[in-house]
Structure formats: structure tokens, C-alpha cells
Design a binder for this molecule. Structure first.
Ligand code: GDP
Ligand code: MG
Length: 598
């Protein structure tokens, strides 16, 4: 098809508003995927994504659509990830489009990620088509939501499409509307090649497969391309389109969306947001908006069994081939032995990596509580970035500590304003702004330390608003705070992975709560185990786990002590991952205790 008949679009939505379901229906309705070939939710093709019902990595699909006048079109749908950790990837896939479907659940209305995604789409100058989804639900009130979108976002919704992705209502109207409203790409085939990478993944046999949108020029098999940010050059082995399975073609032109394979060794060479150009006829300037991924959250990963260290390294290296945002370096802990300090974009990213390591690589890991990156100004004038509380320079050596702050926006029904303000204050939030976006719902904006959000903040937000509030955040910068390091001693030994950095005013409370929690989590042994929280050499809280009495054991389990021990050991292995710290067995839960203090 000529470039005038190409439409590149994306779907944006708050999580669970029906983006994936709608994408599936568009693919089915255009015959791109036959219903019987359709795995549920074709576009979310990683197991983890399907299980968690979230889109992590975006994908793309080309559809053929003949409009009501008989004109054939080529529609490229570029899917976007649905989570805050991946907003940079959302912005890149939007930059590859001319239009976006804005899907809003007609029973729920505008949520925090709806807003965040709309702003990203507006920044990319996209034509936005509002779609009111789930009109089949008894609670749907499309008229009210229509007004809400107009009021909050200022988007004309007089032609918003009423849709039920589930029931297949409104699908053809959406396709017609894309053709009518989304502008075709500009025909800039004569200019030097510039293609925007919006996704890439590592294939064991073919190297990295790069998904891109040709913005200018053209690219074909045999071309030597350069990735402008990494500077790496490769000869293209294959180009093709995504229909949605990969289908090789001769050449791709400005306006088109496709993939290439070039035996690329690591996704770090061809990162999302980078610009592809031709080595022999380079574009002068890369496409705008490329960003290095900076990990915001760090944690330690230690094999339960020290023999698995090499395997863990290998697994991390393999994952990194496919995940340029994942960082790691060896870490040695006096309590835990050898492991790795790993950096992630955010908490979800961290969760996913941990889960994949355990599932796909069969590793048995102890994970330490996540930490943000602190910036420490030392007395000698040096500035140290510290992502590991136990490595924080000693009190005498440091002048001040800065910590990362985020701007956080909460959307909530007005009934929960009070409890959410309380939550934000407990987490050292500085109130910035409140406005009513509708009669019944408010937006609260706070400036809040990222470190206070790591952990159960999101769970708290949900539970204190009965599930109705939503949130969105972005990192704004660093600010000085009165922070101290809290060390934990178990059985008189410092357990370095339990060290935490907390605000001075909270240190006593946290110390007390943490020692109490550890007391509950660490199983009793045959001897007494003191647990202490200290700042420097000063003990600020202490507890003790009382010893198990031998006769109690005997009574419970009968005579044979070796059998009994075996039994206990088996139970422990089956139920919990444990790490021996000195003479004490510490379960995985204990390393995360700081995240769930009462
Ligand atoms: P996403 O997170 O935006 O990708 O949302 P999904 O497509 O995964 O949908 C979230 C949930 O809403 C799923 O349980 C869907 O079955 C359901 N859902 C999606 N569209 C509709 C709809 O039109 N009507 C109803 N009743 N449920 C829907
Ligand atoms: Mg989805």
C-alpha cells in the first residue's frame, strides 16, 4: 500500500481498562489472527505477562483493513507496556505513531495512568481517539465518563466510540475512525535512513531482533546500519514486517513498521529509543528523545547455596542480553557470602527479574530489601553514590546525604482523601497541590522520597482507598535529608543485608518495629538469640528470641532425635528459604521485614 494508506497507532489506557482485550479483538476482526489460532491475548506473549495480566514489553502487529468505501489500508498497532516502571518505553512507542486510542473503562473513568499516558501522547503530537470500553457492564456510565474526560483532559469526546472489547462491540467503528482521523506518515523515503527502535529482544539463534519504525529513508537486507547512540555497526541479515509473526520482506520504507535481524550480540547495542541509520549515508541527527536507562532501585541477590554463585552470574548475564536496563555487580556480604548487587528501573522490574531467575534458571535465592541510590557528600569533598545501606560511609566521614525524590500524583474518590494524605505524610511527603477533577474525585500531588515508596506504598494506597485510588510518579531529583544508617545485629553479629537507611526522626520507631518483626520471623533455636538495632555503636532497640526447650521438642515429636531433626529440616526447606547467618537460620521473609513493618 502507498504511504498515504498506512496508519501507525498505539493503545493507551490505565491498567485493566481493556487494552490487551481490545488489541486482540482488532487483530481478530481484521483477520490478522484467526480466532482459533488466538492464544488469549496475543500481544502479551511472555508467560509472566499473561499471568500477571500486565504488558511489560511492547509488541507490534500489522493489520490489513478495508474501509467501508473499499479502500485497503495497512494499520500498524504498536502496543505499549502498562506500568510506570516502563514509561520511557511507552514514550518511545508513542513516538513511533501518529495516533493513539485512548481506552477508558466506562465504569471506572479516568485514572492516574490514563492521565500520564495521555500527556505522553500529547507530547508526541498524536491524534487521540477516545474509546469508552466495557459498556456491557451494568455499572458503565459512558455519558458521565465522556464528560469526565472532557473536563479533566480537555479532549473533545463528542465522537468517542462506545465499545465492549469483550463482547466485540464497536470494533469496526474503531478501525474506521483510525483510518479517518489518524494522519498518514510523511513520505520522507528520499531522506537518509532514520528508524526509531521501540523494542528489541534477544534471540538465541539470530541475535537481537530489533523492532522499529522507519521515520525517514529505507532499509533492506545487506545494508550496513549504525545504531547512533551505541555507535555499533552491523550488516542487516533480514528485514520484515510483523503480521504479527515475523514475515521477511525486501525493503522497508519511511512510515513502515518492522523488524530487523543482524546477528547483534546484546540489546545494549541496539537499545529502545536509539536511532538506526545507514553507515554509508548517515543521518545528521539522531531522532530526539533517547535516554539511558538509569536503575532507581537496587537489591542484593544471594544464592542460598553458595555453589550456585556461578550459575547466578550466568543467568544474570543471559537476562541482561535481553534487558539493557538490568545492572549487576558482584557483592560480598559478611553475613551472606558472595552474591550480586542488582539495579532495576523500579519495583515491578525487580520482581520480574527475581521471578525469572527462579523460574527459568531454577535458582534458589535470598533477596535483600530494595534500596534507592543515595548521594553522599563526604567531609573530604568527594561525592559517593551509595545503593547499599551497609556500604554507607561512616557518620564521621560524611557531611550530608541526599536522596531521590519523586513527584507523585494520586487520583482518589473524595472519601479517601484524608487517609491518603495521612499515608503521604507518614512517608515524609510534602504536600504540593490538591484539586477536584470532578465533583467526586480529587488529584493529590506530593513530593516524596523515592525510598519511602519502595516497599508497600502501593499496597497501602490500594488498601486505604479500598482499591479505588490510582497513582503515577516520576523522579524529580535529589534533596538533602537527615538520614542515618540503622544496623541490625543478630546474636551479636552485624547482619549487613539488614542495614537500612532511615530518616533520623523515624529511626527509633523503625528500630523497634524491625527488631520486633525479626523476633517473630526468625525461628527459635536451642539458644537465646539477641536482636539489636543500632545507630553507630548505640543500641536503640533490642529484643531476644527465647530458646526452644529441649523437652518441648521431645514431647511434640517423640523419641528419635535424628528423625525429628530431619523432619524439622525438611519442613524448613519445603516452607522457607533460609540462610545461615553465623549460628542462626534466617528466613527470606526476614530480609524483607523492613518493607512490612506494623
Ligand atoms: P489491560 O490491562 O488494559 O491490558 O486490560 P485487559 O485487556 O487485560 O483487561 C482487563 C480485564 O477487563 C480483563 O479481565 C478483561 O477480560 C476485562 N475486560 C476487557 N474489556 C472488557 C469489556 O469490554 N467488558 C468487560 N465486561 N470486561 C472487559
Ligand atoms: Mg494488558
Amino acid at each position: 500500500v502507498p504511504v498515504a494508506n498506512i496508519r501507525n497507532f498505539s493503545i493507551i489506557a490505565h491498567i485493566d481498562h481493556g487494552k490487551s482485550t481490545l488489541a486482540d479483538k482488532l487483530l481478530q476482526s481484521t483477520g490478522t489472527v484467526l480466532a482459533r489460532d488466538m492464544k488469549e491475548q496475543f500481544l502479551d506473549n511472555m508467560d509472566l505477562e499473561r499471568e500477571r495480566g500486565i504488558t511489560i514489553k511492547l509488541q507490534a502487529a500489522r493489520m490489513r483493513f478495508v474501509d467501508k468505501t473499499g479502500e485497503p489500508y495497512c494499520l500498524n498497532l504498536i502496543d505499549t507496556p502498562g506500568h510506570v516502571d516502563f514509561s520511557y518505553e511507552v514514550s518511545r512507542s508513542l513516538a513511533a505513531c501518529e495516533g493513539a486510542l485512548l481506552v477508558v473503562d466506562a465504569s471506572q473513568g479516568v485514572e492516574a495512568q490514563t492521565l500520564a499516558n495521555v500527556y505522553l501522547a500529547l507530547e508526541s503530537n498524536l491524534e487521540i481517539i477516545p474509546v469508552l470500553n466495557k459498556i456491557d457492564l451494568p455499572g458503565a456510565d459512558p455519558e458521565r465518563i465522556r464528560k469526565e474526560i472532557e473536563e479533566i483532559i480537555g479532549l473533545d469526546c463528542s465522537e468517542a466510540i462506545l465499545c465492549s472489547a469483550k463482547e466485540g462491540i464497536g470494533i469496526v467503528e474503531i478501525l474506521e475512525s483510525i483510518v479517518k482521523k489518524v494522519p498518514p506518515p510523511k513520505d520522507t523515503t528520499k531522506e537518509p535512513l532514520r528508524a526509531l527502535i521501540f523494542d528489541s529482544y534477544y534471540d538465541q539463534y539470530r541475535g537481537v531482533i530489533v523492532y522499529f519504525r522507519v521515520m525517514d529513508g529505507k532499509v533492506k537486507e545487506g545494508d550496513v546500519v549504525q545504531f547512533m547512540a551505541s555507535g555499533k555497526e552491523y550488516e542487516v541479515g533480514e528485514v520484515g514486517v510483523l503480521s504479527p509473526v515475523q514475515m521477511p520482506v525486501k525493503e522497508l520504507f519511511a512510515g513502515e513498521v518492522g523488524y530487523l535481524a543482524a546477528s547483534i550480540r546484546s540489546v545494549a547495542d541496539a537499545r529502545v529509543g536509539d536511532t538506526i541509520t545507514l553507515s554509508r549515508a548517515k543521518a545528521e541527527k539522531a531522532l530526539p528523545g533517547y535516554q539511558e536507562a538509569t536503575p532507581m532501585v537496587f537489591c542484593g541477590l544471594f544464592p542460598v547455596d553458595a555453589d550456585q554463585f556461578a550459575e547466578l552470574r550466568e543467568a544474570l548475564e543471559r537476562l541482561q542480553l535481553n534487558d539493557a536496563a538490568l545492572q549487576f555487580e558482584p557483592e560480598t556480604s559478611s553475613a551472606m557470602g558472595f552474591g550480586f548487587r542488582c539495579g532495576f528501573l523500579g519495583l515491578l522490574h525487580m520482581d520480574i527479574v527475581q521471578e525469572r531467575l527462579e523460574r527459568e534458571y531454577n535458582l534458589n535465592l535470598i533477596t535483600t530489601a530494595p534500596s534507592v541510590v543515595y548521594r553522599v557528600h563526604c567531609v573530604d569533598g568527594s561525592v559517593v553514590e551509595c545503593s547499599n545501606p551497609s556500604a554507607l560511609p561512616e557518620a564521621g566521614k560524611r557531611k550530608e546525604i541526599e536522596e531521590p525524590y519523586v513527584r507523585i500524583e494520586l487520583l482518589t474518590p473524595k472519601d479517601y482523601i484524608g487517609s491518603l494524605m495521612e499515608l503521604a505524610q507518614e512517608r515524609r511527603g510534602e504536600f504540593k497541590e490538591m484539586k477536584f477533577i470532578t465533583e467526586n474525585r480529587a488529584s493529590l500531588v506530593y513530593s516524596l522520597p523515592l525510598g519511602e515508596m519502595v516497599g508497600d506504598f502501593f499496597d497501602q494506597l490500594k488498601s486505604r482507598s479500598k482499591g479505588y485510588a490510582s497513582m503515577e510518579y516520576s523522579v524529580t531529583g535529589y534533596k538533602e535529608s537527615k538520614l542515618v544508617r540503622l544496623d541490625i545485629l543478630i546474636n551479636e553479629e552485624i547482619v549487613d543485608p539488614l542495614a537500612v537507611i532511615v530518616h533520623r526522626d523515624k529511626a527509633y520507631g523503625v528500630g523497634r518495629a524491625l527488631t520486633q518483626k525479626l523476633k517473630k520471623l526468625i525461628p527459635r533455636q536451642l539458644f537465646k538469640i539477641p536482636i539489636q538495632a543500632c545507630i553507630g555503636s548505640k543500641v536503640i532497640a533490642s529484643e531476644a528470641i527465647t530458646p526452644m526447650r529441649k523437652d518441648v521438642l521431645a514431647k511434640c515429636y517423640g523419641g528419635d532425635i535424628t528423625r525429628k531433626k530431619k523432619l524439622l529440616k525438611k519442613q524448613a526447606e519445603g516452607k522457607k528459604r533460609m540462610k545461615s547467618v553465623g549460628r542462626v537460620e534466617v528466613p527470606q521473609d526476614a530480609f524483607m521485614a523492613i518493607l512490612r513493618l506494623e
